[in-house]
Design a protein around this ligand. Structure first.
Ligand SMILES: [Zn+2]
Length: 111
């Protein structure tokens, strides 16, 4: 697995974890609380937490190429920052392999 693929798969795994965190929060009716999520950066060792409102999170998840990462946890060779917030950045995967991995692993693609 090359670097692009490794980063892409790491990010896909953390995205799945965050989807489950959101599900659990929904199950407990914590819909007005911010979601305590895990940084979706490509570093497998990173366990930083980021706090997003449900609206912020849903906006990112609406595009399979978008990921939420802790501020500065950006791999500029595979993604670019599209939004900067006080505690986290939103990145979009670059065209080609990074975007393809993000799209084929999208937990919301319905497959
Ligand atoms: Zn990170």
């Amino acid at each position: 697995m090359n670097r692009e693929e490794r980063i892409g798969m790491n990010e896909a795994v953390f995205r799945d974890v965050n989807e489950r965190i959101e599900d659990v929060a929904s199950a407990f009716n914590m819909t007005t609380e911010p979601l305590d999520l895990i940084c979706e950066c490509g570093d497998a060792a990173c366990v930083d937490r980021i706090s997003l409102t449900r609206d912020e999170y849903e906006k990112i998840r609406a595009d399979p190429r978008f990921f939420a990462v802790a501020s500065g946890h950006v791999a500029p060779d595979v993604e670019q920052v599209v939004e900067t917030h006080s505690r986290y950045d939103v990145v979009r995967k670059l065209k080609g392999v990074p975007a393809e991995i993000a799209q084929t692993t999208d937990p919301r693609s319905g497959s």
